[in-house]
Design a protein around this ligand. Structure first.
Ligand SMILES: Cc1ncc(COP(=O)(O)O)c(C=O)c1O
Length: 378
């Protein structure tokens, strides 16, 4: 059987990971500034992570959500503590799209409405409600298309206000930092006013922290820069460091009833073991503050480089925009300098490294990046 060919692939086959590096089948090491698309939070193959998953697998890999699973409670407790969101409750699922799907469902259950406001350049996943609120018509199949998904300009409060005034809005969903759209930040004042507007009108505010959460921004969640308290927060990616897991953090105003939400695999023993190990390492190695410090260093060094149109981001979530197309830069970084980076569209290089990135490796990137830019200039 052939694979269904939906991914453009680089001709590289990683077989091993160590911290901020991956090693291919020929033994070549690559500095990973992409983190497998913002997924690797604590670094590849962290010993505590490997040990926690392995020992759990030796005891019990899976049982359904119809029994006591203290690992889910431990994960919720640790997540509440590290994020400062103790008064939220956790629903566990398997991916980012599924987390958003459940968040939107909760908003719709609560309000009895179905209209959702999202923002231009936003990405929320590829399943039905999640993709309907994603700003990319190419990936919205006719079966997903909805008339009550309204996509507005980011940071434009009057537009949101006018839409909410119609009285039929269930939720507003916004990324803590827009990732796929090219590292665009919602303004602090915009988020504060958005929360106020939602509160005053009984609209559920959902913060999609699937890419920007879990310490990547230099705070546990990026929205915490604005000091707001969203009704719902969604997470995935960095939560399991590669083990598929997603979470919905649900504020105190939502009532749960049996059967309201559900999933076969969500919150399984192995996923919880992985996610608990991730939180242990984020805490013990102070990775949130490392992301802030190394991110600041990267931004500072990048700002000294000529020929860049704009640098955006915070922590270890950085977009470097060029006038010219960036494919040659990314290719040269990968094949000549052995550094993985990501892109957003044709003009933006995206950095999403593991949160344990050391300053010396950030510095190595800057050196190689400058070399690539000057080689392409000549
Ligand atoms: C902000 C955001 N939301 C949702 C998703 C969807 O997550 P998943 O691919 O795990 O379904 C992504 C994935 O890139 C994302 O960046």
């Amino acid at each position: 059987m052939e694979l269904f060919d939906v991914y453009p692939l680089f001709d590289i086959e990683p077989v091993k990971g160590e911290g901020s590096f991956v090693i291919d089948k020929n033994g070549q090491r690559y500095l990973d500034l992409y983190g497998g698309h913002a997924v690797i939070s604590i670094g590849h193959s962290h010993p505590h992570y490997v040990a926690n998953i392995s020992s759990q697998l030796e005891r019990l890999g899976f049982y359904s959500n119809s029994i006591q699973n203290p690992l889910q409670k431990e994960l919720a407790r640790k997540l509440g503590e590290i994020s400062g969101m103790d008064n939220y409750r956790l629903f566990l699922c398997n991916s980012g799209a599924e987390a958003n799907e459940n968040a939107l469902k909760l908003a719709s259950f609560k309000t009895g409405k179905s209209k959702v406001i999202s923002f231009k350049k936003g990405f929320h996943g590829r399943t039905s409600a999640s993709v309907a609120v994603t700003d990319n018509p190419k990936i919205i199949a006719p079966i997903n298309r909805r008339d009550d998904a309204v996509i507005l300009e980011l940071n434009n409060l009057p537009l949101v206000e006018a839409e909410i005034a119609k009285g039929d809005v269930a939720a507003v969903i916004v990324e803590g930092i827009q990732g796929i759209g090219g590292i665009h930040l919602p303004g602090v004042e915009f988020l504060k006013n958005l929360q106020k507007l939602c509160n005053e009108n009984g609209v559920v505010l959902i913060l999609d922290e699937i890419q920007s959460g879990y310490g990547r921004s230099g705070k546990f969640f990026a929205f915490q820069y604005a000091g707001i308290t969203p009704d719902i927060v969604t997470t995935a990616k960095g939560m399991g460091n590669g083990f598929p897991i997603g979470g919905v953090l649900i504020g105190p105003d939502f009532e749960a009833w049996h059967g309201m939400l559900g999933t076969t695999f969500g919150g399984n023993h192995l996923a919880c073991a992985a996610a608990i190990a991730v939180l242990d390492v984020i805490k013990s190695q102070k990775l949130v503050s490392n992301a802030a410090t190394v991110g600041e260093y990267l931004m500072e060094e990048l700002s000294k480089i000529k020929g860049i149109k704009e640098i955006r981001g915070i922590g270890l979530m950085i977009g470097i925009e060029f006038e010219q197309e960036v494919a040659p830069i990314r290719k040269k970084l990968l094949f000549d300098k052995k550094i993985f980076t990501g892109v957003s569209g044709a003009h933006i290089i995206r950095l999403l490294p593991p949160l344990n990135l050391k300053k010396e490796n950030a510095s190595l990137f800057i050196e190689k990046f400058k070399e690539v830019l000057s080689e392409l200039d000549n």
